[in-house]
Write a protein that binds this ligand. Sequence first.
Ligand SMILES: [Zn+2]
Length: 293
Amino acid sequence: MTPAAHRRATAALVAVVALGLAACGAGRPGSGGEGDDRLDVVTSAYPLQYVTERVAGEDAAVSSALPPGSDAHEAELAPSQALRLSDADVVVTLPGLQAGVDAALAASPPGRVVDVTGPADLDGDDLHFWLDPLRLAAVGDAVAGELALADPGAADGYRARARELRSDLEALDARYAAELAACRGAVLVTSHEAFGYLAARYGLEQVGVAGLDPEVEPTPARLRAVVAQVQDAGVRTLYFKTEATDAVTRAVAARLGTGTGVLDPMESEREPGTDLVGVAQDNLLSLRTGLAC
Ligand SMILES: [Zn+2]
């Protein structure tokens, strides 16, 4: 190619790229980033991100509105993160979990909001439905239905991957049920009262040292009640969550001479790429080791 021909070819290429970018900017609302014309799906908490990524596969671009490692209860949104929520094609969210996300969605609603409250079948004020594998599977099915509506061309893929996710979560549920069968009625003492759905599903009695909101310090009356229950029920282990250095629970355990164990409430991703089902299996091992059963 002569230099002149090369310049012409380069100019033509630049024009094509510019046209392409203009088309992206003005085009269909399904942009998962520059040059990516897939559905842009933004999620608001790690368990929702996990489910949505599993269901989306390669057919949609899934990202989290929160910085990696954010705690589900504490996350605050920077203005750029709020903007990503309102720019998304689909937002998958659980209202009530993060005030910052709720406010951003109310201020500037995106094209489609998937509120998982219904499929999660919430019971009372407890939002931690993802600790129950079967509730999580139901949310996966609902996310697949919504993605199929937003992107009908990829509907079969969304539904097929939701069935795979359901199959994994039903296997997890069967394993929990089998391995915890001997523990029915056991008292599960946790620093953060996040395991109500798990306890209800597998016949355990949850006692939380702190309450549903881990930021609220337990009162002396609550601590006295926990100590009494630990002693009455012959509890061997007090559980706290991975990411917390839970001074109160550790102090109670030291005073009572019980052991401590780790239960991950799966509110944030332990490490990038960690599989939620694997974390749930670690939790099961921790329960089998520490519960009196
Ligand atoms: Zn929580």
